[in-house]
Design a protein around this ligand. Sequence first.
Ligand code: 0RQ
Length: 497
Amino acid sequence: MKYPFPTLTADEAAALINDKDTIGFGGFTAAGACKVIPPAIAVRAKAEHAAGRPFKLGVITGASTGKSLDGALAEAEAIAWRTPYQSDPTLRKSINEGKTQFFDLHLSAVQPAVRSGVLGKVNWAILEASHVTAQGEIVLTTAVGCANTFARVADKILIELNAHHPGDLMGFHDLFEPADPPRRRAIPVYAPTDRIGASFIKVNPAKIAGVVLTNCPDESGGFDAPDEVTNRIGANVAGFLANEIKVGRLPESFLPLQSGVGNIANAVIGALGSNPGIPPFMMYTEVLQDSVINLLQSGKCAFASSCSLTLSPDRLKEFYANLEYFRSRVVLRPQEISNSPEIVRRLGLITINTAIEVDLFGNVNSTHVMGRDLMNGIGGSGDFTRNAHVSIYTCPSVAKGGKISTIVPFVTHLDHSEHSVQVVVTEHGVADLRGKSPGERAALMIEKCVHPEYRDTLRAYLGASGKGHVQQTLHNAFGMHLAFLEQGDMRKVKWRE
Ligand code: 0RQ
């Protein structure tokens, strides 16, 4: 095709980027993330640093990315600041060492923040596309993220045109950008299947600084096979929801589901698929993982609205081989729509996310280990939890071979408060915290969710507590964390009188 914009090598594209530029990268998780321009920018950053010149960028993404983006740029020390969610080990280390300034945003809040200008000027939108026309029409690939907003607000656009994706992805994306207050109207999604926007991004072709031709798979890793713990967590969630239908607290037709990322989330969706008490359902979520594809194929999941297709390489191949089957069953939306609090509340979602730790009263820490070190970020968990019809948190009852109890007296970092968290599930059982006082919640958490090795310890914590509506003792509240930090094992905690 003859384009009015140049075809560039990745190095030529990288040469256009300058120190202190802010880049908005398309994609969401490793799905649809750029794979060749960021490593070339990393090479340029290293050369600039070696020549004694500064070269650091502001980086805004949809969510986490692949190793060729966050990994390569972090390794080259090329990221001055970064938002939102990330999951790259090199970037995480740089953030936790204070070398990269990271601030977290709810994923639904990124596009409004970009539009409002609070993140400063966006110099570049760098996007992966499956198709581009001379008229400036861009068809995205396996994710949307913030791509439509970046393309509109950025001064200039660079595109990785990736032949690894089929050219006929047109129709999988539904791109809608709401007006900002005070002109904002309802976002007209009344069912997960509703389509409200365009299937491609349209920009002035003069803004496209160049197209880089590539042929690379997404860098999404596979999943661990479910183990006994994740299977039990999955079965507990499915059993809880099937019972909610049986006793009439959930409609027989069920409600749409959101589910987070990772092995537990994958196993939970698998378990919902095999529970006969759960009718066929729809998903309104931000990440589609492998297990949803199985359920879309079997018909147990009738439709999935998401922001990304975060599939292992084999599952993505299968998806592409059956593109026509999935075309009427999958839609990919920008993250301010997939994670919209307004839509989550309207559709009445059942949300299932994973916690790092939960306290006896239902407060959840999703982001910081021992209250200090960032793991990944809040991602979409806050968007969904706060607005859910039923909000569920899952986690194994222990981490690090039992040296850490994930149920603690008091979370060391708060992402989701007791007012938003309704149900907690571990491999031991389900604590339905709805309609319970703090004291009742704590008793239920110990009985249903805490690992047997920690039950007496946590009962003793409550016993040693002073009086009050919430049975906290401030001088003991982080005693289990201190025991881990000082003696390597939470089981060594001694409660002070
Ligand atoms: O570390 O791999 O070094 O052993 O944390 O834990 O159990 O493998 O669980 O991969 O599902 O991740 C909350 C991080 C869970 C994730 C979190 C250690 C544990 C292990 C990972 P190792 P698991 P997962 C949709 C919604 C926030 C965002 C979100 C997350 C590692 O789900 O980032 O929900 N959620 N988004 O050993 C110390 C504890 C620990 C602990 C676990 N209490 N203390 N270490 N670990 N608990 C997605 C998006 O928004 C894009």
